[in-house]
Every structure is written in structure tokens, then in C-alpha cells.
Ligand binder design. Structure first.
Ligand code: GLN
Length: 335
């Protein structure tokens, strides 16, 4: 009897120690909120960088907007600042249209027809295409993104646009709206993207008329999103394609590792290596000032702040994300 109760006591003790050590390694919501707040206060006054101005309407967006949202895979939200203020999604849209093409045509199609390697050059580079025999190299530079748009199966431009908008809205869990000022401003001044699409067409890489695809691409870049929306979209990728806010399965889980791999390789353009080195997190930026990052299996992160560095990446969004990922020990490559 004595022996029996002693061993029982021992097993209780072991259980207690195991349990408390796993609890210690878990993040509490209090800790997450505290670190997000620290990052917000630390960088709120940092007005380094400047709004994109090659698209007129982006130069007049309020540079002071600063919002940080984390959404975990259970749908819990942690946020601070201007998390409901919207900016145009711009290049972050490229992730979701590539995901749509992957769903329709498979992972091999995206790899073979568009590519999944870094260009090491600016997001709107024409030289990159020429250097690689007509390959855009990846769907997150303008060339590859216009290609993705062209490969979305549709009978006409209207249907292509409706499918792309519906897909992004499903990732966000709400109906995303077009920013008409940004769209009008860019669509009347997108000769460079038109040139890129024509060049790709000459190499036989486009799935639809190049100018039509460029117009739809410009529209997809002009959808408004908030930091909150971006975090839900990221959490959907973190949660194997299932939106934790709506519980809808948006993309087959077999594709999310592929999409995140391209985000890791090319999400922050020609500065993607530095970003990955510092954070280990797949991410995507847009010249509207948003950054979406993913901690696979854990969090979607959405941060909005319009002023950009020379690569076209939001200055404060990068600083805040790096701070929080480091402080909470979220670097996926360190797990
Ligand atoms: N619409 C923008 C463009 O085509 C998107 C660029 C970006 O966000 N890097 O130039």
C-alpha cells in the first residue's frame, strides 16, 4: 500500500513538472498583447521612409497610419493602433492570385510556367525577364503576377476580376472593396506593366490578352485592406488554408507550404534574404504600406504603415514585425 501510494505521488509530480514546463513555453494572450504594444510604442514616432509616389494616389495616403494585428489559428485577435484603416493591398494580392492559379492548375504549373526563384532585382524589373529567357522567375514580381492573373480560368475580363476579388475576399473573410482613386490613378499610368505583359506574351507565357490581364492585375492591386484583414488572410495560410474567422477551407492544405515557400524566397523582393535572415517568416509586402507575415501553424500577422524603404517595403511594418517575432520567439526556423 505504502509503495503503491509513493509511486502514485511520483507520477503526479512528474505530470506536474511536465505540464508546467509546457505551460511556460506557451504564449499567454497577456504576453502577446504586451509585446505588440511595446513594438507599437517603440516605432510609432519613426517616420523613416516615404510613401510610394510612382502611383499618384499613393503619395497622398496618410503616412501616419500604423496598425498591428496578430490572429492565431484559433481566430483569437491581438491588435493595436489603426488596425481597421484601409490601404490598397498592392503586391500582397500577388500571393492570393498565385494561390488561385495553383488551385486551378496545380503546383507544377506555377513552378514551370511562372517560376519560384528570386530575381534579385526590383519588383518591376524588365531586365530580369530578359536575363532568364522570358521567365518571370516568380509570381510575386510584377511580371509573374500579371502572368498569374492571365492564367486564372475565365471566359472574359469581368469573370477573371470577379474570381480574383471573391478569392481574396474569402481569404479575408469579408467582401473587400475597390479603392477607385488608386485604381484610376494606376490604370492610367501603367505603361511599364503593359510593356512587361507584352514582353511575356512575346515569349508565349501569357494565358490571356496581355493588356486585359494588366488591367485586371491593376484592379486586384487596388483592393482595400486593413492590418486586421491582412492578419486574417495570413492566419488562413498559417492554418493550412482554413480561415480561422469563418471556418471555411479556402485553399487545399497541400498548396499552403508551396505558397509560403515563394513568400520566403521572394516576398520582400530583392530584400527577401535580409528579411528571412532576421525573422525566418514567409511574408509579402505591398507598396500601399502593408506587410503580411505568416508563422506557420501559429499566427497570421498584418501590419500597415505607408512609408517605404528603397526596396518598396514598409519601414515601420518591418521594424515592428522583427521586434515582435524576436521577443515572442516566433522565428519558424528556430522551432
Ligand atoms: N500595383 C503595383 C505595381 O504594379 C504593385 C507593386 C508593389 O506593391 N510592389 O507596380
Amino acid at each position: 500500500m505504502y509503495i503503491k501510494s509513493k509511486s502514485l505521488l511520483l507520477s503526479f509530480l512528474v505530470l506536474f513538472v511536465l505540464n508546467s514546463s509546457s505551460l511556460a513555453s506557451q504564449l499567454t494572450s497577456q504576453k502577446i498583447n504586451q509585446v505588440i504594444k511595446e513594438a507599437y510604442n517603440k516605432y510609432k514616432g519613426d517616420m523613416g521612409g516615404k510613401n510610394a509616389d510612382y502611383i499618384d494616389a499613393l503619395s497622398v495616403v496618410d503616412s501616419k497610419i500604423f496598425g498591428i494585428t496578430f490572429v492565431d489559428v484559433d481566430g483569437n485577435v491581438y491588435e493595436i493602433g489603426d488596425t481597421k484603416k484601409v490601404v490598397s493591398i498592392q503586391s500582397i494580392s500577388k500571393v492570393f492570385t498565385a494561390a488561385l492559379v495553383m488551385s486551378e492548375k496545380g503546383a507544377k504549373f506555377v513552378q514551370n510556367k511562372i517560376g519560384v526563384n528570386a530575381t534579385g532585382l526590383a519588383f518591376n524589373s524588365i531586365i530580369a525577364i530578359e536575363q532568364h529567357g522570358g521567365s518571370a522567375l516568380n509570381p510575386f514580381v510584377n511580371a509573374g503576377a500579371i502572368q498569374s492573373t492571365s492564367w486564372v480560368g475565365a471566359k472574359d475580363s469581368k469573370e477573371r476580376w470577379m474570381k480574383i476579388k471573391a478569392n481574396m475576399s474569402a481569404f479575408a473573410g469579408r467582401d473587400l472593396k475597390l479603392n477607385k482613386d488608386v485604381y484610376t490613378s494606376e490604370v492610367n499610368d501603367n505603361k511599364r506593366n503593359q510593356a512587361i505583359s507584352k514582353l511575356l506574351d512575346a515569349y508565349g507565357r501569357m494565358g490571356s490578352d496581355p493588356l486585359e490581364a494588366t488591367t485586371v492585375y491593376t484592379k486586384q492591386c487596388s483592393l482595400n485592406v486593413s492590418a486586421h484583414d491582412l492578419a486574417i488572410m495570413g492566419a488562413t495560410l498559417a492554418n493550412h488554408g482554413k480561415n480561422p474567422a469563418t471556418n471555411a477551407q479556402i485553399i487545399d492544405s497541400k498548396y499552403t507550404p508551396k505558397i509560403m515557400a515563394i513568400m520566403a524566397t521572394a516576398g520582400l523582393y530583392d530584400n527577401a534574404g535580409d528579411w528571412l535572415y532576421d525573422t525566418g517568416a514567409p511574408a509579402k509586402s505591398g507598396v500601399g504600406g502593408g506587410i503580411l507575415a505568416v508563422i506557420p501553424g501559429k499566427f497570421g500577422i498584418g501590419i500597415v504603415s505607408p512609408p517605404l524603404d528603397s526596396y518598396g517595403n514598409s519601414v515601420r511594418a518591418q521594424l515592428a514585425a522583427k521586434y515582435i517575432i524576436e521577443k515572442l520567439g516566433l522565428n519558424p526556423l528556430a522551432q
